[in-house]
Design a protein. Structure first.
Length: 72
């Protein structure tokens, strides 16, 4: 029971980080803000978005199946 709660907490944190990262990536790739400081970090934001989304997907799948996530 304790592992299930911890897994759901990690899932929720990863989802929040993924959404925040996605918003930062959108701002970095568009010219919504003049003199945008995030433009220099577009590649890093894109890579971190892929990592957070992939990790969140693994955790979500493990929460649904009640199994531990396997990372290769």
């Amino acid at each position: 029971m304790q592992k299930r709660k911890l897994r759901k907490l990690i899932r929720n944190l990863l989802m929040i980080l993924t959404v925040i990262n996605f918003l930062a990536l959108v701002v970095a790739l568009t010219k919504l803000i003049p003199d945008n400081p995030l433009i220099e970090y577009r590649l890093l934001l894109g890579i971190s978005f892929i990592v957070f989304a992939g990790s969140a997907r693994l955790v979500c799948n493990s929460c649904d199946k009640e199994q531990q996530a396997e990372v290769n």
